[in-house]
Ligand binder design. Structure first.
Ligand code: DNO
Length: 357
């Protein structure tokens, strides 16, 4: 398993030179965050970002994300053109990133994406004050139920689309007509178009689960549990059609046994997000430090299941709290993610040791 770290490009308050000092870290997770969803990425821009990352002694191995345009998700008239643009971006990634120069890793390049309609990951609070003075991300279903996205009341850390009020109104209206079955059909249409290309380019897709894994604002969400994962993997049976095992997303649903999921899907996992959450009620949670005892998830068990099942791909610490007075992008400060990365490396080392015994 290869430790990686998400970096948001030149506008990220956490610089590459600081990331470079985290022990055991070479792999960067990045994307062209200023490209609008549905626009094809130019090769020269991907290549320029690669050069910046490599100049810092690091290696760009995971793309997160190439966003999927809404037309594709609701099956609008422009969907084929938007899928073509998505494929063009994937080709640009393959051409500009090519073989890894720094890490010598043999692992294929990974493209992470999600299929959540309208909203990416959603929280009700981006800075919940914890008793120790740190600030965490939190989701409280009751609070979300009272929010009106059209009034801009929503905390949307993961939202790249930035719709105008009227665009959002139209989108929300359209989704009132679309149910889970149609969303599945549109997802299958997308997978059948992109997976063969990604496979041919020697890369792998990593579908990020829905976060949180239930419908919000009356809009369907489908990538929520093992059954959904089995279904999506069978739509195109190729190693390139893989998932991102995000412990924190799946982990807030009591029925999701992450250790069992890691074992069952190991050969079809292309990327792993490891973070901890503390479940605070039905459909409510707050994010905690990575250390297992700080939250509800069995991170040592997940790491062991992955290693014992032969997983050798990338993983990253996910969402950190804001600690030591750090300010910045919610969930993506330096300090707590760096602490988390070292805890995770410790788990990997200890597991490997016990597997040798
Ligand atoms: C949140 C992230 C997500 C993820 C996308 C993948 O922190 O894990 O924003 O990058 O959903 O497409």
């Amino acid at each position: 398993m290869v430790l990686t770290f998400r970096w948001y490009g030149d506008s990220d308050p956490v610089g590459l030179e600081r990331i470079r000092q985290i022990p055991g870290l070479r792999g960067i997770v990045a994307a062209l965050y200023d490209q609008r969803p549905g626009e094809a990425w130019p090769v020269y821009r991907v290549a320029a970002l690669r050069e910046t990352i490599e100049a810092a002694g690091l290696d760009w191995r995971v793309v997160e994300s190439i966003p999927v345009h809404e037309e594709i998700k609701y099956g609008g008239p422009e969907r084929d053109a938007r899928i073509e643009a998505w494929i063009e971006s994937a080709r640009a990634v393959a051409e500009a990133l090519g073989p890894p120069s720094q890490s010598g890793s043999e692992e294929p390049l990974v493209i992470t994406y999600n299929f959540m309609p309208v909203f990416d990951w959603t929280r009700s609070d981006l800075g919940k004050l914890l008793p120790d003075g740190s600030k965490a991300l939190a989701y409280d279903e009751e609070v979300v139920a009272r929010m009106d996205p059209l009034e801009g009341e929503l905390e949307l850390p993961g939202w790249i689309a930035h719709y105008s009020r009227s665009e959002l109104f139209r989108l929300l209206h359209r989704w009132r007509e679309i149910g889970q079955q149609e969303l599945w059909a549109n997802f299958a249409y997308f997978l059948k178009a992109v997976v063969p290309v990604v496979e041919e380019l020697g890369m792998r897709l990593a579908l990020h689960p829905d976060d949180p894994p239930w419908p919000i604002f009356g809009i369907p969400r489908i990538i929520v549990d093992s059954e959904a994962v089995r279904r999506l993997l069978s739509i195109v049976d190729s190693p390139a059609n893989a998932i991102c095992l995000c412990s924190g997303s799946f982990g807030v649903l009591a029925g999701n046994d992450l250790v069992a999921m890691a074992r069952e899907f190991a050969s079809r996992i292309a990327f792993v997000h490891l973070r901890n959450v503390k479940v605070t009620g039905p459909r409510s949670f707050q994010e905690s430090a990575h250390w297992a005892a700080a939250g509800s998830l069995d991170l040592p068990g997940i790491v062991r299941a992955l290693l014992e099942s032969g997983y050798t791909g990338p993983f990253r610490p996910d969402h950190g709290r804001m600690i030591w007075g750090e300010e910045g992008r919610p969930g993506y400060g330096l300090h707590d993610r760096a602490l988390g990365s070292q805890y995770l490396l410790g788990l990997v080392d200890a597991t490997r040791l016990s597997m040798r015994a």
